[in-house]
Ligand binder design. Structure first.
Ligand code: SF4
Length: 222
């Protein structure tokens, strides 16, 4: 696929997401490409992307990781140092902690969870992503969401929740309830690294994880 075709695909997805709910039926922009192939193509594009200045300081971009038909898509903010080195999402201490959260509600990144970030390249010193960087990178996540069609989304951390929900509220206000993201239920909670620093967040996180589990169980039996 040439660059022009890929960006046509991304803009088609943006239009799709803004105009209607994501279809649960197979969605194919390129009839000759499977969803796996389209996701692989997106990952290759992200690996070589130069759409914003974060490409200059990165070691690796981090497209995301997980199965093609996930129950849940976890969305974080941006890669950290270890993720930048390995090209994989949530691989440091926060990632191991996230894996424990997921295991507690019968989820696993190897079988039923896709893990990604809004920003695919590490911001210097882990600063918050700038609006121009968000605008440049968000089409990738939107395209992944449309291709993956997760049953639910779990947003971790303030920045990810604010960007996904178009809100300026803090995570304390955004967590604890079910939001809607283009027809997909979305639960927001604290970021695992924040909970490692602030154990008082453990209880609300557990409440949010149970809310997500209940939501998934309802979807299974609907
Ligand atoms: S952060 Fe996103 S838009 Fe910027 S260079 Fe990396 S992949 Fe491209």
């Amino acid at each position: 696929m040439h660059d022009r075709q890929l960006w046509d695909l991304l803009y088609d997805v943006e239009e799709l997401l803004t105009q209607q709910e994501i279809s649960r039926e197979p969605w194919r922009v390129q009839p000759r490409m499977t969803r796996e192939q389209q996701l692989e193509q997106l990952a290759r594009e992200i690996a070589s992307c130069r759409r914003c200045s974060l490409s200059e300081g990165r070691h690796c971009s981090v497209p995301g990781q997980g199965p093609v038909d996930p129950e849940v898509m976890v969305v974080g903010e941006a890669p950290g140092s270890q993720e930048d080195q390995q090209g994989l999402p949530f691989v440091g201490a926060a990632g191991q902690y996230l894996d424990k959260w997921l295991a507690a509600i019968q989820l696993d990144r190897r079988s039923n969870v896709f893990i990604g970030n809004i920003i695919k390249c590490r911001p210097p010193n882990n600063r918050d992503p700038l609006p121009a960087e968000q605008d440049a990178c968000l089409p990738y996540l939107k395209a992944q969401t449309a291709l993956l069609k997760p049953k639910s989304i779990l947003c971790v951390g303030r920045i990810a929740a604010q960007i996904m929900l178009g809100s300026s509220d803090g995570i304390g206000r955004l967590r604890g309830t079910i939001h809607d993201y283009s027809g997909i239920p979305l639960v927001a909670t604290y970021h695992p690294s924040g909970v490692l620093r602030n154990p008082e967040y453990r209880r609300p996180v557990w409440d949010d994880l149970r809310l997500l589990r209940t939501l998934l169980d309802r979807q299974t039996h609907a």
